[in-house]
Design a protein around this ligand. Structure first.
Ligand code: NAD
Ligand code: UDP
Length: 335
């Protein structure tokens, strides 16, 4: 009885592996290490005192993937593996469609061959595009403004079609809002390649001296202080959401969709101030033009996940900032 975690060496994946191991699950991890290092998993093993089985396999290699299913008794799959940079997806859309769509189709075909029909998929709040109102519930209309977002939208549709074709499939789509922070140990965390695109790793790299200052994208949004509002969620809360989803899968829910957010939005300036307060680090910043494709405000109605899975986020913005800084300050250059 093992859980397969695709993309388990990545940021959210390794935090989820840690929580799963601590909860007593046996894990098989598949990751091609295109955006991660195996060191994350070594640290997870050290932190938990437990081991997992790792295969450095690409989801595009269907035969290799199939051999993993042949070797293990897998009961459910948590599917994190995918490319996630919005900018890169605009520059090289075919790479994103091939990796994310073909990778997912291969995975589902191999699961079907081995009669494994329990899946948790990492979707994103990006599928809501510019929401007509707030907070966002799961039944809001979806749209995509870039190829990355479109891969999430298409994969959601593929997985829903799969469930409709064969009701034996149990599929949970988790729509993450903005994952930030790190495990409290400071041993695992977010380690982006190159200059970070996302706000929190940018802030921590400014704080640690790798970057000179933060550019705040836009100050003329329709928000209380003019900067854009997002629903930041602590990555450990998010990881625990996957344990709730696995428990839900055991009840054979068919297909289900849940927002994983806190339900509370923070502006960019609020995040900067929260970080300064939580860590005592000053963050130099300057106002910059809006970033193309950004929307003013996004935050979740996270009540469905609580009502149906008993999960809700526990950690607030100061813990997110403190833990992000704890990771970055102990690992200034990542893993
Ligand atoms: P990440 O890049 O840290 O992790 C993804 C992992 O998948 C990496 O370890 C990468 O090496 C692996 N991978 C990519 N393509 C693969 C392939 N073809 N075969 C095998 N392994 C492959 O990203 P993350 O932040 O941990 O995100 C995990 C998932 O959650 C992704 O699907 C992402 O799109 C989704 N998501 C992330 C965020 C976020 O802000 N971090 C928000 C919403 C949704
Ligand atoms: N942001 C910013 N400066 C940066 C990176 C991000 O002002 O260097 C803003 C961005 O415009 C958005 C918010 O911070 O309003 C969160 O951005 P991020 O890329 O982390 O997540 P997104 O919500 O875009 O997926």
């Amino acid at each position: 009885m093992e859980i397969l975690v695709t993309g388990g060496a990545g940021y959210i994946g390794c935090h989820t592996c840690l929580e799963l191991l601590q909860a007593g699950y046996d894990l098989v991890v598949v990751d091609n290490l295109s955006n991660s290092k195996q060191a994350s998993l070594a640290r997870v093993e050290r932190l938990t005192g437990k081991s997992l089985t790792f295969y450095p396999i690409d989801l595009l290699d269907k035969a290799a993937l199939s051999s993993v299913f042949a070797r293990h008794t897998i009961t459910a799959v948590i599917h994190f593996a995918g490319l996630k940079s919005v900018n890169e997806s605009v520059a090289v859309p075919l790479l994103y469609y091939q990796n994310n769509l073909t990778g997912t189709i291969n995975l589902c075909q191999v699961m079907q061959q081995h009669n494994v029909k329990n899946l948790v998929f990492s979707s994103s709040a990006t599928v809501y595009g510019e929401p007509a109102s707030l907070p966002i519930t799961e039944d809001f209309p979806r749209s995509a403004v870039n190829p990355y977002g479109r891969t999430k939208l298409i994969i959601e549709d593929i997985l829903m079609d799969l469930h409709h074709a064969d009701a034996a499939w149990n599929i949970i789509l988790l729509r993450y809002f903005n994952p930030v922070g790190a495990h409290t140990s400071g041993q695992i965390g977010e380690d982006p390649n190159g200059i970070p695109n996302n706000l929190m790793p940018f802030i921590t790299q400014v704080a640690v001296g790798r970057l000179p200052e933060l550019a705040v994208f836009g100050n003329d949004y329709h928000t209380p202080d003019g900067t854009a509002v997002r629903d930041y969620i602590h990555v450990v809360d998010l990881a625990q959401g996957h344990l709730a989803a696995l428990a839900k899968l055991a009840q054979q829910p068919g297909a289900a969709i849940y927002n994983l957010g806190t339900g509370r939005g923070y502006s960019v300036l609020e995040v900067i101030h929260a970080f300064e307060q939580a860590t005592g680090q000053k963050i130099p910043y300057r106002q910059a033009p809006r970033r193309p494709g950004d929307v003013a405000s996004v935050y979740a109605d996270a009540s469905k996940a609580f009502q149906e899975m008993g999960w809700r986020a526990q950690k607030g913005i100061s813990e997110m900032c403190r833990d992000a800084w704890n990771w970055q300050s102990h690992n200034p250059n990542g893993y």
